[in-house]
Each structure stands twice: as structure tokens, then as C-alpha cells.
Ligand binder design. Structure first.
Ligand SMILES: Cc1cc2nc3c(=O)[nH]c(=O)nc-3n(C[C@H](O)[C@H](O)[C@H](O)COP(=O)(O)O)c2cc1C
Length: 497
């Protein structure tokens, strides 16, 4: 049994705890417990189902495909180790680790002895719900090899703030504490974000050490200039936390995009966005409210990650993104023809709101009128609905089908059922469902809330996020699906090279 809303949302939609307890003849505290546990006893399901149906809200469904909805854990496959060394900007890194944690990165943290003069392991643990490591020598079982265990299987190791002392010790392969041992034993990509007094930064010793580290492949996140905590002006300030966050996470996602296609070429993405416009006569048309923002955000974010992006867009009022290929179209037929011309891609994402029909004017004597001349007011005319081509279905069934075909479903009710039906009927690999309602207007808005449903009918729910954040979430799921589906192909490719 599956419900697409969480229980709190459902109770809210039915008028709140008090109202639901009255409707079901039960105690308010019982209803509060359902909310707390996000679970409703089976005995109440049918009654609730009826209440929801009566109110034209989304209903529970008995369906063997149904699975419970889980929150989207977008970046859990990326594991990051953050080493905090003893600089005055240590406290800022607490915000960085909170951001990694909030965004589902698998994160571990090590503090040097000096760092513990500025912040405590307890603060770190309370932020990431995990032990914070500090000791090289530990009497605890399973922890005496931390310097090796923590060095393994990390997608990225970040030292931030990285002190002048840590830079010098790293350069010379010194290993006299846990953090330095990890660095020496690691096979992961290392990033450093130095932060120190401007004179320490400019000192030839520091600069020579940095050159050596860069030659060894360590990635330097350069410090900013400005007023320092010590009161001096110059270079040595820790970059803004969101800059460090984007720099490191973009590296991980970009690497993922490359891995997605193996070693051979750039990942090619074809995206449709915006509404279509169906001509009635030279000055009138039928269209819809789609702004194109979500599709454009997807195109821009894929591009940032180094993919080759073709965007086919219906008429919108937003700025053209600087993609590899931008094609403007008006009607569904034009969109289909351009999609077919560009079908040679790895992933097709259909985010356009394609009009299902076009209106064909007829005389009362059933004579079709040309749409090249303006229709006159005084003429007796009526319109027949002509069905437009189903673009995503035709891509999905095309001989040149891209590896992944991903669709969108915007519905006003029965969201999950309708989205699943579309997923199956059109043989998609994944569908992004969003409910159009007062609280989630979507069209033209900056925010969106989505459900991602895969072929196995696993349903994942996002929070309400900006369309850019939603784009990154979809990209992350898409790349993961691509990796899972084509993992065998990668292996074959790597062997043949
Ligand atoms: C109040 C204070 C602030 C400090 N801030 C910095 C700093 O921002 N950057 C730096 O490189 N060293 C700074 N130091 C010096 C380091 O703490 C010192 O070099 C220490 O040995 C670094 O140890 P670690 O690299 O093992 O963490 C500071 C020292 C003190 C007392």
C-alpha cells in the first residue's frame, strides 16, 4: 500500500488533526501519533481513502507495484573526508560540513590537535551524527587502523582550513598525527583550502610547498584577499563556504558525467522545454502556462558539468542559456521533427509541456478552413480537436532510442497513479512527477517539489527546492541510473582501451 503524501501532509489536507479525529471518530492524540510515526493503521485506510476521494484529493491505492515513498538521498554515493587543521577560520568549516550532510554526502571528519583548540569533536558529531576522529593511537577495538581505514574509498579528501604548518608537513611526507597519516596513506583526490595570515601565505616556504603539492596533483582552492582576523590586509582569507561547497561538489558531479559515458566521448543530452504553441490562424494560437524554467535549469546544470547539451525550446520569456545547440520551435510537430533530427544522444529528457491537441477551424458545413487567413468574427465556425504527436513515446520506441528516456508528468490529481501509467505506457526509464496545486503552482515559479519514479516503481520525494536545485537532483538520479544500467558496458569499454 502506498500513499503519495506523507501522513502530516495528508492530515493537513483533510483539515488538520482535530478535523481528522472527528471524521474518523478517534482521539486527536491518536492522529498526532500517526503524524509522528508517519504511519496509519490499516484498519483506518479504507475510511481515509473514501474521505480523500470525496474531497477529490489523491487517494491511496492497492497496487502490487506500490512501494513506500522515500526522501531523495541524492549524493549518498559520494564519500568525502574533511580534515580540519588548526586555523582561526575552523569555525566556518562547521557550516561546510553541515551543507555536505544536508545534501546527503557521506561525510567523515578528522580534527587535528590544534583544530581542537578552536572547535570541539562534539560540535562536529552533533552536526553530522557521526563520530569525529582525532586520535592516531586508539585503544578502542576496530579503531587502531583508522589512519588507513579513513584514507580508503573516499571520492575526495578536503583539508580546510589548511594551515601553513599542515601544508609544510604534507609536502615533506611527515606523518606525526592521524590527519597526516591519512594523507600519506590515501589514494584519493586531495583538495586544500589554505587560510592564514598574508605574510605566512606569501612566505617563500609556503609558496614553494604549494608548488610541490600542485605538481603532485593536489587541487588548491585559492584564498581570497581582504581584511584578516589578525587585523592585517592581504591574501589569506578562507573562500566563502558556498564557494568551497560548489567547487568540491561540482568536481564530484563532473567526474560522474565523465564516468557515465566511459572514456570515449562527451555525454550527449537532449532536452525539450517550454510550452508548444498551436496555431489557429496567423494571429491566434492555443498554448499552456509552461515557463520553460525547469528545462532550462536542467540544460544549464548539465552544461556546467561538461555534458554536450542540445535544448529544443518552445516559446518562452526567459534568456537563452548558452548551450551547445539551441533550437527554437513553435508547434508540437516542429518539436517532434527537431527531436528526431537530434535523437543521436545518450539521454533524452522531455520537460516540455507539449500541447496534446491543436484546434482546427471548420465551417458549419464541415469544411476545413485554412489557418493561413485570419478567421472572421462574423463567420460561423467551430473547432475540431486534432491530437498532436506524442513526442516522448515516439523517441522511446525509436530504433535510435537514447540509452535513457526521461519524462515529466504534471497533474492536478492522482499524481502518482497517472505518472506511473505514463511511465509504463511510454516505456520510460524514469518519470518526474509534480502536482499542480495552489501550494505548488510550478508554472513560472522559482520553486518546485517533485517525485521521482523509476521503472521498478520506487518513488522518491524531494523537498520544495529552487528549480536549479531540483535540476541537480534530477541530474544526480539520472547519472546514477545510467551508471547502474550500463555498468557492464563501462567495464567492457575500459578493457578494450
Ligand atoms: C589564535 C591562533 C590562530 C591561528 N590561525 C592560523 C591560521 O589561520 N592559519 C595558519 O596557518 N595557522 C594558524 N595558527 C597557527 C597554527 O595553529 C599552528 O601552526 C599549528 O601548529 C597548526 O597545527 P595543525 O596544522 O596540525 O592543525 C594560529 C594559531 C593561533 C594561536
Amino acid at each position: 500500500m502506498n500513499n503519495f503524501m506523507n501522513i502530516s501532509e495528508l492530515i493537513f489536507k483533510l483539515g488538520g488533526t482535530g478535523s481528522v479525529s472527528k471524521l474518523l471518530n478517534t482521539n486527536p492524540s491518536t492522529v498526532s501519533n500517526w503524524k509522528k510515526n508517519n504511519k496509519i493503521p490499516k484498519s483506518y485506510m479504507n475510511e481515509l481513502d473514501i474521505l480523500l476521494k470525496e474531497r477529490n484529493l489523491i487517494t491511496f491505492t492497492e497496487n502490487e507495484d506500490d512501494k513506500s515513498i522515500t526522501p531523495i538521498r541524492k549524493n549518498s554515493k559520494f564519500s568525502i573526508l574533511v580534515i580540519i587543521s588548526g586555523g582561526v577560520s575552523c569555525y566556518k568549516i562547521l557550516e561546510l560540513i553541515r551543507l555536505y550532510y544536508k545534501n546527503d554526502f557521506d561525510i567523515e571528519v578528522v580534527l587535528t590537535k590544534s583544530a581542537q583548540k578552536f572547535i570541539t569533536p562534539l560540535i562536529v558529531t552533533s552536526l553530522i551524527n557521526k563520530k569525529c576522529f582525532t586520535e592516531l593511537f586508539s585503544s578502542e577495538e576496530n579503531e587502531n587502523m583508522n589512519h588507513i581505514n579513513l584514507a580508503r574509498n573516499k571520492n575526495l579528501i578536503l583539508i580546510a582550513p589548511c594551515t601553513a604548518n599542515f601544508i609544510a608537513k604534507m609536502t615533506h611526507g611527515i606523518a606525526d598525527d592521524l590527519a597526516l597519516n591519512i594523507i600519506l596513506a590515501s589514494n584519493s583526490k586531495i583538495f586544500i583550502a589554505p587560510s592564514m595570515n598574508p605574510y605566512m601565505w606569501e612566505n617563500k616556504a609556503t609558496q614553494d610547498n604549494l608548488e610541490t603539492l600542485k605538481k603532485r596533483g593536489v587541487v588548491l582552492i585559492n584564498p581570497n584577499s581582504g581584511l584578516m582576523a589578525c587585523g592585517e590586509n592581504g591574501t589569506g582569507r578562507l573562500p566563502e563556504i558556498n564557494e568551497i561547497f560548489s567547487f568540491t561538489t561540482n568536481y564530484l558531479l563532473k567526474k560522474d558525467v565523465k564516468k557515465c559515458i566511459g572514456f570515449q566521448s562527451q555525454l550527449k543530452i537532449l532536452i525539450t522545454a517550454g510550452p508548444t504553441q498551436e496555431k489557429i490562424d496567423p494571429i491566434r494560437y492555443v498554448s499552456n502556462n509552461s515557463s520553460g524554467k525547469q528545462g532550462y535549469a536542467l540544460a544549464e546544470e548539465f552544461l556546467k558539468l561538461g555534458a554536450h547539451v542540445t535544448l529544443i525550446s518552445g516559446p518562452t520569456n526567459i534568456n537563452k542559456p548558452n548551450v551547445n545547440k539551441f533550437i527554437e520551435v513553435l508547434s508540437a510537430e516542429e518539436m517532434l521533427s527537431q527531436v528526431e533530427n537530434n535523437i543521436d544522444c545518450d539521454i533524452f529528457i522531455s520537460s516540455a509541456a507539449v500541447c496534446d491537441w491543436k484546434l482546427i477551424p471548420y465551417t458549419l458545413k464541415n469544411k476545413k478552413l485554412s489557418n493561413n487567413d485570419k478567421l472572421k468574427k462574423n463567420k460561423d465556425i467551430f473547432f475540431k480537436l486534432e491530437t498532436n504527436p506524442d513526442i516522448i513515446k515516439s523517441v522511446s520506441k525509436n530504433k535510435k532510442r537514447p540509452r535513457l528516456v526521461i519524462g515529466f508528468a504534471a497533474e492536478t490529481k492522482n499524481l502518482i497513479q497517472n505518472a506511473k501509467k505514463k511511465l509504463k505506457e511510454k516505456q520510460l526509464d524514469m518519470i518526474i512527477a509534480n502536482l499542480i496545486e495552489k501550494e505548488n503552482a510550478i508554472f513560472g515559479e522559482e520553486f518546485n517539489k517533485i517525485f521521482i519514479i523509476d521503472k521498478q516503481c520506487n518513488i522518491q520525494e524531494s523537498e520544495k527546492l529552487t528549480k536549479k536545485e531540483i535540476a541537480n537532483l534530477i541530474i544526480s538520479k539520472t547519472l546514477k541510473l545510467h551508471e547502474e544500467t550500463y555498468a557492464k558496458n563501462y567495464n567492457r569499454k575500459s578493457i578494450s582501451i
